[in-house]
Design a protein around this ligand. Structure first.
Ligand code: F6P
Length: 336
C-alpha cells in the first residue's frame, strides 16, 4: 500500500463531525462555527451542531448544519449554538451518555470551541473514550497556553478600552479616582493590555500579589504631581478582593480623591467581533477541521508567531500562559 493510498484511507474515515461551543461565550465564536461548517462541507464531511455545549451532547440535542445555516452570522456576537458550563459532564455517567450520543449519531470527530474548562473536560473524555477531538480557543480571557490570542480577546479588549475612555472623561471632569473591574477570574490579560491602552495609573492582576500600601504610594505620588483624577484597572480575580473591596481599603488610608467603582461585567463578552477576531476564528476553524481529517486528536489549534500550531489539551490548560513582564513594567513606567 503506498503512502498516498494510506492517507486517502485515513481521510475517508472522517465522514461526520460535530461542533459545539462551551464555557463563557466570546465574540467570534459564530465566525468560527461558520468556518468549521464550511470547511467540513468543502471536504465532503457532514456537520452537526451540538446545542449548549456538553449538556447538548449528553442529551443528544444535535442538528445538521448546512452552508446556509451559518450564513449571516460571522459578524454577530454570542453563539448560535448557545453555550453552557456542564456539571453533568464532570460525572462519569454524564460522559457515558455523551459517548452514547456520539455512537447514536455516528459522529467520527468532535470540535469544541471554548476555554480551560472545555478542554479539561475534553481531555478526560478523550482518555476514557478516545473520540477524535480538536479544540479551538474561544474565550475573552486569553489564558490558554499554545496560542498568542484566543477568539474574543481582542474584541473584549476594545470594549473595555471604549468603556474606560468614557469613564476617564467623567473622572477628569469630577476629579475622581475610579476603580474599574474587568473580567479575568484567573488571569490578568484583559486588565494588563486594557490598562496600557487606556493609560491606567495602576493595574491589579491575579498573577501578582497586590499590596494596598504600594498602590497608595503610587496614587500619592500622582497627587504630588498634581494628578487630579485616576484610573485603576482591577482584574476580578485579584487577591486583594474585587474593585469595591480594594476601593474601600484604599479610601480608609488615602481619601484625597472622591472615589468611584465601575464593574464592567458581561458587556465584555458581547458585541460584534473585531476584524482580528474574525480572521483568527476563520483560520482556526478551518485548521481544526483539517487537523481532524489528518487524524490529529486531543489537541488545541492555536496561532503562535503567525503560525498555526497544535498543543495537547493537558499542556494548553496546565502550562498557564504567563503575563508579559515587560508590559507589566510598562504600566509603571508610563503612569509616572
Ligand atoms: O471564562 C470567561 C469569563 O468571562 C471569565 O473572565 C469570568 O470570570 C467568567 O467567564 C464569568 O462567567 P459567568 O458568565 O459564568 O458568570
Amino acid at each position: 500500500m503506498n503512502i498516498f493510498f494510506v492517507i486517502s484511507l485515513k481521510q475517508k474515515k472522517m465522514k461526520r463531525i460535530a461542533v459545539f461551543t462551551s464555557g463563557g461565550d466570546s465574540p467570534g465564536m459564530n465566525a468560527c462555527i461558520r468556518a468549521v461548517v464550511r470547511t467540513a462541507i468543502y471536504n465532503n464531511i457532514q456537520v452537526f451542531g451540538i446545542k449548549r455545549g456538553y449538556d447538548g451532547l449528553i442529551k443528544g440535542d444535535l442538528e445538521e448544519l448546512h452552508s446556509h445555516s451559518v450564513a449571516n452570522i460571522l459578524q454577530r456576537g454570542g453563539t448560535i449554538l448557545k453555550s453552557a458550563r456542564s456539571d453533568e459532564f464532570r460525572t462519569a455517567d454524564g460522559r457515558k451518555k455523551a459517548y452514547d450520543t456520539i455512537n447514536k449519531f455516528e459522529i467520527d470527530g468532535l470540535i469544541g470551541i471554548g476555554g480551560d474548562g472545555t478542554f479539561t473536560g475534553a481531555n478526560i473524555f478523550n482518555q476514557e473514550y478516545n473520540v477524535p477531538f480538536i479544540g479551538i480557543p474561544g474565550t475573552i480571557d486569553n489564558d490558554l497556553f499554545g496560542t498568542d490570542l484566543t477568539i474574543g480577546y481582542d474584541t473584549a479588549l476594545n470594549t473595555v478600552i471604549d468603556a474606560v475612555d468614557k469613564i476617564r472623561d467623567t473622572a477628569s471632569s469630577h476629579n475622581r479616582l475610579f476603580f474599574i473591574e474587568v473580567m479575568g477570574k484567573d488571569a490578568g490579560f484583559i486588565a494588563l493590555r486594557s490598562g496600557i491602552a487606556t493609560g491606567a495609573e495602576a493595574i491589579l492582576v491575579p498573577e501578582t500579589k497586590t499590596y494596598i500600601d504600594n498602590l497608595i504610594a503610587k496614587l500619592e505620588a500622582g497627587r504630588r504631581k498634581s494628578k487630579t483624577s485616576g484610573i485603576v484597572i482591577v482584574s476580578e480575580g485579584d487577591d486583594a478582593g474585587g474593585a469595591f473591596e480594594i476601593a474601600k481599603k484604599v479610601k480608609e488610608k488615602f481619601d484625597y480623591y472622591d472615589t468611584r467603582v465601575s464593574v464592567l461585567g458581561h458587556l465584555q463578552r458581547g458585541g460584534k467581533p473585531s476584524a482580528r477576531d474574525r480572521v483568527l476564528a476563520a483560520e482556526l476553524g478551518n485548521s481544526a477541521v483539517e487537523n481532524l481529517v489528518n487524524n490529529e486528536t486531543n489537541k488545541m489549534v492555536g496561532i503562535v508567531n503567525n503560525k498555526i500550531v497544535l498543543t495537547p489539551f493537558d499542556h494548553a490548560i496546565k502550562h498557564h500562559k504567563e503575563l508579559n513582564k515587560n508590559l507589566l513594567k510598562l504600566v509603571d513606567i508610563l503612569s509616572i
